[in-house]
Design a protein around this ligand. Sequence first.
Ligand code: PEP
Length: 257
Amino acid sequence: MSARTPLMAGNWKMNLNHLEAIAHVQKLAFTLADKDYDAVDVAVLPPFTDLRSVQTLVDGDKLKITYGAQDISAYDSGAYTGEISGGMLAKLKCSFVAVGHSERRQYHGESDELCNAKVKAAFKHGITPILCVGEGLDVRKAGNQVAYTLAQVEGGLADIPAEQAATIVIAYEPVWAIGTGEVATPEDAQEVCGAIRGRLAELYDQELADKVRIQYGGSVKSGNIAAIMAQPDVDGALIGGASLDADEFVKIVRFAD
Ligand code: PEP
């Protein structure tokens, strides 16, 4: 395994109200507590409405679980009804924020330019962006997955200085594998994750590229995580559906056991 600490992040999407979130994080913490898991960073990305409850729990019980949001506004404040700013997320001590998840790109028309503005907003407020990239089925069938995904990486990272880029997390999530039960083969995941690291080395330098954590996402489960994590350029996973089952999520976190 590389020197990069793997990051297992659960994207709850629009699931679990704040009471259910408390019960879920408590179960997660209890199940994780039976054994140390220092070798892996664990994060949950609940809906905005759960963040305060999760913060209280994590702070109060000194849990090693970190948390973040699923989206961030590109703006700091003002007449942007329904938006949540980086300052608001920082006040809730969010460590992470997902940027450009394929569901945001697909249902909310988020462009690479907007994702780039959101990456900048996250860094401005001291929050680590998890920049989500990945191709749809048509692109994959045409064999253009690498070029397509690298263009998203470049778009998201435009004008991001090296000291910030070194701390970003990039999640490679082929859209055809998200929520479909169809997981990319470990080789598919490695092909694109390796290409992302290569492009980071070109955009910045190899030392920086070697620091960045690149996750795979798309129908990750306890049964397929070990093979995916065995790939040299995969440093964790962004987990949707399976993160809603605490026992299953913990098995994913303990993939090396
Ligand atoms: C996701 O939401 O980022 C995701 C990868 O979902 P799933 O694990 O359900 O495919």
